[in-house]
Design a protein around this ligand. Sequence first.
Ligand code: FAD
Length: 275
Amino acid sequence: MNTEISIEFFPPQTPEGVEKLRAVREKLAVLKPEFFSVTFGAGGSTRERTFAVVKEIAAEGFNAAPHLSCIGSTRQNIRDILNDYRSAGIRRIVALRGDLPSGTAEAGEFRYANELVEFIRKETGDHFRLEVAAYPEWHPQARFPRDDLANFVRKVKAGADSAITQYFYNADAYFHFVDEVRALGVDIPIVPGIMPIASFSKLARFSDACGAELPRWMRRKFEGLGDDTDAIRAFGLDIVTELCERLLAGGAPGLHFYSMNQSALTLEICKRLGI
Ligand code: FAD
């Protein structure tokens, strides 16, 4: 199957983690991803580590897409980072607001991702292809879906080329979101973010924080599997593969995998999909 995929990593904290990620990338390379992206801690907390991994990816001959979150940053911080990326030959950025850790007082000079997209376009024209985040089950801070939609449209109109969604397990939420934004005149690709399931308890904690819904039938089934890691893995692979099949059959333009710096589940899902 000729499906465009991209794969996301976070920047490791230790030299062992960096080494392990190199091995993970080597395995994932068989999937010929459109790009590997690397997350960025809000407020610039991972700036050097993100840049280091991005440079390695580019040196290995892949397209590298650093994430860039603007909350807590000044215009000059962002300008410096854009200059570094430009000098390193980077052509794609995932532009985000980010979330500051609670208790952080300094919000910085950007409030929302649309301001970052606008700033990047003003500073660097069309040099970067810009990806933005989308939320088919709505952003957790949005009071009403219609406001979230309007904010998403504003961000796209500021100059985004493509969007990657928060992960979800309900394909209908994605199809509904795509219909809604198309009706508002947005025609950029909306690529579903796919979270393979390695551990259900971790996924449940993480999903609560980022506002992704775990459907009841799925949650109950995982809970019933207790500590049986093989059964959890097998059920998770079935669910996520079926989700990807439905998304692609329904017109999704590609898949973006949240790899959590692991290769096995992404490889297995792609194998089952024939990618
Ligand atoms: P925005 O688009 O700014 O939206 C945030 C909230 O503000 C929404 O509720 C929206 O409705 C509202 N809003 C937006 N614009 C306006 C406006 N002009 N006026 C009023 N309200 C507005 N976080 C990181 O820190 N680092 C990462 O590397 C990272 N990577 C991610 C990758 C993907 C694909 C996704 C989906 C998320 C990622 N995140 C990352 C998490 C993201 O930073 C958080 O979800 C954050 O809370 C919102 O970021 P955003 O760019 O979507 O924000």
